[in-house]
Design a protein around this ligand. Structure first.
Ligand code: C2O
Length: 585
């Protein structure tokens, strides 16, 4: 955008700001949060426009922990925080008030190993005393001035900074973002760790633990009651999704209209897919390896990040707002207190998944282990913390109250008996060959790709058939939907089915469901500094299908039928280059 345009916007914003300040400020002090945060946003935008960004690279932190010379680890350049934009092109500014690179930091230290372990409990099970205590801590946190790094609004903005690309990476102009890759789980674990300890310290309770929103359990599939009152309340939630509405953890903008029992069943089946059959290899669950610089960029979220994580953000956010704020847009998500309970469950599921696989180290790549970030702790100290620091919850002195995971054995059944399905599909193919719809048969859609404005069907060859049990355990068969290009940064969702006879009537509760692709708006498409780089590449969706093929008795088939089903008209600007099978060790 050219400077004149900015100046005009700045003038208009200052005008609005002066008007709003007079009207809203007196009320803010009385705890009107929605308006308070609106004010902050307007304020921030103005600061960002008037001061523009800090000069970059003047003050890089150059002492990197344990690093080989010449090798760049992923971390934010604290001197670069700058305004960023949402998808709608609305400027946002979530940087801290003072340049963080000017402040001293300390390296992370584990809490004393004799300190009491904090036990995070499911939100549906906590008692009145606990709620009162948490409410008190949260209201203190919300009342701290924005200058105080422990303040709720500051912490919400830390999430905004890292999701909207407000920091550049150290030693490069590439923006740093923490979604859609293997940074997702550890970064959010760090955020919650500090958030929880700050809450506890504000009420002098060093056993305080966050609750988790247990949305994968029938007892927890509603927005937990406690979030409807007191400092947990957020006016910007979709009113149709408040209790007693059962959450659709695979929500795609369209109300499914299922009754509570059917919705619960669909959720459980979906969880099985995302946690078990679709997550048999590290990358499938953790996300792609995102590293420093141009070369290190990747865009490939793990199963749980795609959904329920993204889906529930969207489901909770208010449809009336341009980007489904608060929870529905990353830049505003952490302003809703339920964000922390949502993420506590995500964090728990990471632990459950690791446990299912024998608690082994899943990723040994030092680039991941040594990637580092900064957070303020309960003493308002800036702490540098590495991913390797947050892999062991025991050392972090918190844990989750054990609870039944009802999806664990919910292996779905095929919607049509596999033999009959194959027969029907074969007949259909021979009819199609006589007609002209060639596009529907070849798994390579050509250099232009195909637009996903309608359902796409392809017959995909399998390089290996008749694999032994051992081979299958070693190598997961992966269905790759490659070259996904989203032409306009918008919400996109499509589902993938294998050997489906009628994909219009089935979903995750059927074995034919291979997985889903969800793209949240990210708002990092546009940069504020003209030298900053946003890498954008076509995306691949990788789905583990070994177990599914077994259940569909398609294990020995040389080809399978794959169907891509766009959801809710969201894929009109999305093209796909093709579908293929790969193997992942
Ligand atoms: Cu960083 Cu749930 O988002």
């Amino acid at each position: 955008m050219d400077p004149k345009k900015w100046a005009a916007i700045a003038a208009v914003l200052i005008f609005i700001w002066v008007g709003l300040s007079a009207n809203l400020y007196p009320r803010d002090r009385n705890g009107n949060e929605a308006q308070y945060s609106l004010m902050r946003e307007v304020n921030n935008m103005i600061i960002s426009i008037v001061t523009s960004s800090w000069p970059s690279s003047s003050n890089e932190v150059t002492t990197e922990p344990n690093n080989k010379p010449g090798h760049v680890l992923l971390s934010p350049n604290l001197s670069t925080c700058h305004g960023s934009l949402t998808d709608e092109g609305r400027p946002i500014y979530c940087c801290p008030p003072k340049r963080e690179s000017d402040e001293p930091f300390i390296d992370f230290q584990f809490p004393d190993n004799t300190s009491l372990v904090r036990i995070r409990r499911p939100a549906q099970k906590v008692d009145k005393e606990y709620i009162a205590k948490y409410n008190r801590a949260l209201s203190i946190m919300k009342s701290l001035p924005y200058d105080d790094p422990r303040s709720f609004w500051r912490q919400a903005d830390v999430h905004c900074v890292f999701c909207s690309g407000a920091y550049n990476q150290l030693h490069s102009n590439h923006l740093l973002k923490i979604h859609r890759s293997w940074l997702f789980f550890p970064w959010h674990r760090m955020m919650l760790y500090f958030h929880e300890r700050i809450l506890g310290s504000l009420i002098g309770d060093d056993t305080f633990a966050l609750p988790f929103w247990n949305w994968d359990n029938p007892k927890g599939m509603l927005i937990p009651d406690m979030y409807l009152n007191g400092s947990f309340y957020d006016s910007q939630r979709e009113s149709a999704h408040l209790p007693p509405q059962v959450a659709d953890i695979n929500f795609d903008y369209v109300e499914r209209g299922l009754g509570p029992e059917d919705q619960i069943e669909a959720n459980i089946a979906f969880m099985y897919h995302q946690m078990v059959s679709g997550a048999k290899k590290t990358e499938l669950f953790m996300g792609c390896p995102y590293k420093a610089g141009e070369e290190g960029f990747c865009d490939g979220p793990g199963t749980i990040e795609l959904a329920p994580h993204n889906a529930l953000h969207t489901w909770v956010g208010n449809t009336q707002n341009p980007e489904r704020e608060n929870l529905g847009a990353f830049y505003s998500a952490a302003k809703d207190p339920v964000f922390y309970a949502h993420h506590a469950n995500i964090d728990r599921l990471w632990d459950v998944w690791t446990g299912l696989r024998g608690n082994k180290a899943e990723i040994n790549d030092p680039d991941w282990l040594d990637s580092y970030f900064y957070f303020y702790d309960e003493k308002s100290q800036n702490v540098r913390i590495k991913i390797r620091d947050v892999l062991d919850m025991t050392k972090l002195r918190y844990t989750y109250e054990p609870i039944d995971n009802p999806w664990l054995n919910a292996r779905p059944m095929p919607s049509v008996p596999p033999k009959i399905a194959r027969h029907i599909l074969k007949m259909r193919d021979s009819q199609n060959e006589l007609q002209l719809s060639k596009k529907n048969l070849s798994p390579n859609f050509g250099p232009e790709g195909v637009t996903l404005d309608t359902t796409i069907r392809a017959r995909v060859p399998r390089p290996k058939t008749h694999r032994t049990k051992k081979e299958k355990a070693e190598e997961e068969e992966i269905l790759v939907v490659y070259g996904i290009e989203i032409k306009k940064d918008m919400y996109v969702k499509f589902d993938v089915f294998v050997n489906a006879v009628d994909e219009t009537i089935i979903g995750p509760e059927s074995r034919e469901f291979a997985g889903t692709f969800v793209n949240m708006r990210r708002g990092v498409r546009i940069v504020m500094n003209k030298n900053d780089v946003v890498t954008k590449r076509k995306t691949n969706l990788k789905l583990g299908i070994s177990e599914l093929l077994e259940d569909l008795e398609a294990d020995e088939d040389e080809r399978i039928w794959v169907t891509l089903v766009p959801r809710a008209g969201t894929c009109i600007n999305t093209t796909v280059d093709g579908v293929r099978i790969e193997y992942m060790r």
